[in-house]
Design a protein around this ligand. Structure first.
Ligand SMILES: [Zn+2]
Ligand SMILES: [Zn+2]
Length: 744
C-alpha cells in the first residue's frame, strides 16, 4: 500500500512540475497589448445629448413606464448591467444625479474602469471560469496561444484574469473555457482541416475546437463577436464598450473559410503579426516567420515568394567546397549559396527546354528548401500547408532559343505552355523528395496552351488584372485601354475564364495576386475600394480562385489601412455580401477615424466617383494621380468633400483618430488644391482661401510627419518652401499625369 502511494505521489509531482513548466512558458507569449478603449456611449446619457442629467432620468422613467426603447440608448441606461432598462436603473441614475453615487461606481471592476462591465457565459459571471487546456498540451501548441489570447484580451476588457490550467482536474473554478485541439491527422482533425473552427456552450462551459489553427481562430471569433475586440492594427487593439454580454447556453458555431491561402499586407503599424495578422485569420507564409505550430502553421511557400528561379539558379550554380571535412550539411549549403551566380531577376529567365537549366533549377530548389529550414522556418509538408515556389523571375520575357520558340510558337503552346512544361516536370520530380507537396509558380503571359494542362499539384499564381479602374467582368474597359501599353482587362477576362475551366477539370489551385494598393503617390489615394469586393467576387465565383495575395504596403496616410483590413475580412468570409463588406469598412472607419465614420464613408465614395470619371483605364503601379482622377470632379466637389472630413475631425475621439483624420485632410487638400489651382489662384477667383489652405496643408503635413510622399523616399521630396505659384501636384510630383510629359 505504502509503495503504491509513493508512486502516486511521484507521478503527481512529476505532473505538477510539467504543468507549472508549461504554464511558465506560456507567459513567454505575453507582450504589451496596447489598447484603444472606445467610449462607445456614456453611461447615464440615455438620451444621447452628451450630458448626464435630469432629462436622462425622465427618458429612463418613461421607458420603464412603457415608452419606446427606440427613444433611448439602452446600454447607456443599463446601470445594473442586466441587459434591460428597469426601475433599478432609474433609481441608480437618481443616486448619480443627487451626488450620492458616481458614474464610475457602475463602471469599475476590481478598481479599474472597464469596457465590458458584465461578461457572462450561460449567465455565469466570467470570474467563475478557468481556461483549461488538455493535460498533455505544451507551450508549442496552438491551443496554448489561443489560451493566452483569450486570457489577456478578456482581462483587458473586463479586468478579470482567468487562470490557465492544464487538465480539467487541475481546475479550481466552477466553470471552464475548454480549448480542445485535435491532432491534425486524427479523424476529427481532418474534419477541421487547417482552418476549421467550432465553439459551443454546453452545461455552462464554453468549448473551443480546432486542429491546426482553428483553436486560435475560435478564440478570435469569441473576442471579436462577444468581447468587442477589433484587431485593427499592428500597434493597438480596439475594444467597444458594452454593459453586458452573454454567450448563451446552447450556442453553437462552426466555420471553415473557402479560401486556403489568405494574405493581406497590412499598412498600419510596424509591430509583429500577433496583433493583426493572426487575429484577422490571415495565413499566407509571406510573413517570412511564424511558421511554427504554435502559430497554427502558415500556408504557402517556405522560402522564396512568388519568384524563385533567380534564387534557385544562385544555389544550383553554387560550388560545393572541395574539402568538406568537418563541415555540417548546413555549412555546405551556406557555402554553396554564397558562391552561386545570381542572375538579374528583372531581365533573365531560364531556358524551358534545355535539360541542364532544368537540373540546375531543380537542384537549387532542393537545397534552398533545406536552407530555409536551416534558417528555422518550419516546413509542414505532411499537413499540406507548406508548398514550394518554382517560378519564373519577375519579368515578362521568355527564352527565345530554337527549342523554346518551337514549343511556344510552332506547336502553339504559347509562353504559358512553355512555363507549364517546366513546372509540371518539377512537380512530378519533387514527389520523390516530399510526397504530396505542391509547387507554385507565376503565370504572367495572357496566352494559353494548346494541349499542355497544369498538373493537379501545381498552384498557378495569376498576377493582377491590367486595369485598376474598371471592375473585371462587370465594367468594360475603354477600347484604347490605358496609357501604359494600352493595358485593359479584356485579355485577363479570357485567360482567367480559361484557367477557371481547365483547373476545375485538373483539380489545380489558382491563387491570385491582387494589386489595388497605392504604390507610389502617397498623398493621392487610389480610387478603387469597391473594386476590391467585386474583383474578388468575380475571381472566386467565375474563375474558381482558391487564394489571394493582397498587396498592401503603401503609406498609411488615408485609406490603405481600411483597404487591407476590409480585404482581410473578405478573404476570411469570402461569401459576404457587398452590404456586409461595406459594414466591415464602416466598422473600421469608426475604429480608425472615430465618430465621423459615415462622413468618411461618403468621402471615400466620392473619391471612387472621381476615379470612375477619370476617362481612362489605369494601372496603380504605373499611372499618376492625374490619370486616376477627374480633376474637374475634384474641383467641383472640393468644398463639400473637405467639409465631410472637417466634420469627421470634430467627431474623432482619441488623439490617434484625430491624427488619422488630419492626414486624410492633408491628402484631400493636396488633391483639391491641385484641382483648383488655376481657377482659385492663377485666375484669382479665390486667392486668399487658396493661400490659407495651402499654408495649413503644408504645415500640417510637416507636423504629421508625412514627409515620405513617394515609394522611393528620395525620389520625390516635400518641397522645402511654400510656393503658391506652382500647382502643388507639379511642385511635389513634377508631373500630374503621364499625359503631361514623359514618364521619368
Ligand atoms: Zn530555351
Ligand atoms: Zn479599364
Amino acid at each position: 500500500m505504502k509503495k503504491i502511494l509513493t508512486v502516486t505521489v511521484a507521478l503527481f509531482l512529476l505532473l505538477a512540475m510539467t504543468c507549472s513548466a508549461s504554464a511558465a512558458l506560456v507567459e513567454l507569449y505575453v507582450y504589451e497589448r496596447h489598447m484603444l478603449y472606445d467610449e462607445t456611449f456614456v453611461l447615464g446619457d440615455a438620451n444621447g445629448d452628451e450630458s448626464v442629467d435630469g432629462k436622462d432620468a425622465l427618458s429612463i422613467k418613461s421607458t420603464v413606464a412603457g415608452a419606446s426603447m427606440a427613444e433611448i440608448n439602452g446600454q447607456a441606461a443599463d446601470f445594473d448591467a442586466d441587459g434591460a432598462v428597469s426601475a433599478k436603473d432609474s433609481y441608480a441614475l437618481k443616486l448619480v444625479n443627487s451626488g450620492a453615487k458616481a458614474i464610475a461606481d457602475y463602471e469599475t471592476v476590481n478598481g479599474k474602469k472597464v469596457n465590458l462591465y458584465k461578461f457572462t457565459i450561460a449567465g455565469n459571471d466570467i470570474s467563475k471560469y478557468s481556461i483549461v487546456l488538455s493535460e498533455d498540451a505544451t507551450d508549442e501548441d496552438n491551443s496554448s496561444l489561443a489560451a493566452v489570447y483569450l486570457r489577456d484580451y478578456i482581462e483587458k476588457a473586463t479586468n478579470i484574469t482567468l487562470p490557465i490550467v492544464f487538465g480539467e482536474s487541475n481546475m479550481t473554478t466552477e466553470k471552464m473555457i475548454r480549448i480542445v485541439q485535435y491532432d491534425f491527422f486524427s479523424e476529427k482533425g481532418q474534419e477541421y482541416g487547417a482552418d476549421g473552427l467550432e465553439y459551443e456552450v454546453k452545461d455552462g462551459n464554453l468549448y473551443l475546437y480546432g486542429a491546426l489553427r482553428g483553436t486560435m481562430y475560435s478564440a478570435f471569433e469569441i473576442l471579436e463577436t462577444y468581447v468587442g475586440m477589433r484587431f485593427y492594427s499592428n500597434d493597438k487593439t480596439f475594444v467597444y464598450k458594452n454593459r453586458a454580454v452573454d454567450i448563451p447556453e446552447g450556442t453553437t458555431y462552426e466555420y471553415c473559410p473557402k479560401l486556403r491561402f489568405r494574405h493581406a499586407s497590412h499598412t498600419y503599424g510596424s509591430g509583429g503579426a500577433l496583433k493583426h495578422y493572426f487575429p484577422n485569420r490571415l495565413c499566407g507564409t509571406q510573413l517570412y516567420s511564424y511558421t511554427q505550430k504554435l502559430y497554427g502553421t502558415l500556408t504557402g511557400p517556405l522560402f522564396s515568394n512568388a519568384h524563385s528561379f533567380n534564387e534557385y539558379w544562385k544555389m544550383g550554380t553554387g560550388k560545393i567546397p572541395e574539402d568538406t571535412t568537418g563541415m555540417t550539411d548546413e555549412e555546405i549549403r551556406a557555402a554553396r549559396w554564397e558562391s552561386g551566380n545570381y542572375p538579374d531577376p528583372y531581365n533573365w529567365q531560364p531556358c524551358a527546354t534545355n535539360n541542364t537549366d532544368y537540373e540546375i533549377l531543380f537542384e537549387g530548389m532542393l537545397d534552398c528548401t533545406l536552407m530555409a529550414q536551416d534558417w528555422h522556418n518550419e516546413a509542414h509538408f505532411e499537413e499540406g500547408v507548406t508548398c514550394i515556389s518554382f517560378s519564373i523571375c519577375d519579368n515578362g520575357s521568355y527564352c527565345q532559343c530554337r527549342g523554346c520558340r518551337k514549343v511556344a510558337i510552332t506547336q502553339g503552346e504559347g509562353y504559358c505552355g512553355l512555363n507549364l512544361m517546366l513546372y509540371n516536370r518539377a512537380v512530378e520530380d519533387i514527389q520523390e523528395y516530399y510526397p504530396g507537396v505542391k509547387l507554385m509558380g507565376i503565370m504572367y503571359a495572357k496566352d494559353f496552351p494548346k494541349t499542355i494542362k497544369p498538373h493537379k499539384d501545381f498552384i498557378i499564381i495569376y498576377c493582377g488584372v491590367c486595369c485598376h479602374n474598371h471592375i473585371i467582368g462587370q465594367e468594360a474597359c475603354y477600347p484604347e485601354g490605358g496609357q501604359c501599353d494600352g493595358m485593359k482587362n479584356d485579355k485577363d477576362l479570357v485567360a482567367l475564364k480559361y484557367w477557371g475551366e481547365i483547373t476545375k477539370e485538373t483539380g489545380t489551385e489558382i491563387w491570385f495576386w491582387i494589386y489595388p494598393v497605392n504604390y507610389h503617390y502617397f498623398l493621392c489615394d487610389t480610387p478603387n475600394v469597391p473594386n476590391l469586393y467585386w474583383n474578388t467576387r468575380y475571381l472566386i465565383d467565375e474563375c474558381g480562385v482558391d487564394g489571394f495575395y493582397y498587396e498592401g504596403g503603401g503609406e498609411a496616410y488615408s485609406f490603405e489601412p481600411v483597404k487591407a483590413y476590409a480585404m482581410s475580412k473578405l478573404l476570411w468570409d469570402s461569401d459576404m455580401t457587398y452590404d456586409e463588406f461595406n459594414d466591415v469598412i464602416k466598422d473600421f472607419l469608426y475604429v480608425y477615424f472615430g465618430g465621423g465614420a459615415e462622413e468618411i464613408f461618403e468621402y471615400m465614395g466620392m473619391l471612387t466617383e472621381a476615379g470612375d470619371l477619370s476617362g481612362t483605364c489605369f494601372v496603380n503601379n504605373f499611372d499618376r494621380p492625374g490619370d486616376m482622377y477627374s480633376y474637374e470632379y475634384l474641383a467641383e466637389n472640393y468644398e463639400y468633400m473637405r467639409g465631410l472630413l472637417v466634420s469627421a475631425l470634430e467627431k474623432a475621439k482619441s488623439k490617434d483618430q484625430q491624427d488619422h483624420v488630419l492626414k486624410a485632410l492633408v491628402c484631400c487638400d493636396f488633391m483639391g488644391l491641385s484641382s483648383v489651382h488655376t481657377d482659385w489662384y492663377v485666375n484669382g477667383e479665390n486667392k486668399e482661401l487658396y493661400c490659407e489652405r495651402y499654408t495649413w496643408m503644408y504645415n500640417t503635413l510637416i507636423e504629421q510627419g508625412m514627409t515620405t510622399i513617394f515609394s522611393t523616399p528620395d525620389y520625390y521630396l516635400v518641397p522645402s518652401t511654400i510656393d503658391f505659384e506652382i500647382n502643388p501636384m507639379i511642385q511635389f510630383y513634377e508631373l500630374g499625369s503621364r499625359r503631361d510629359g514623359v514618364y521619368p
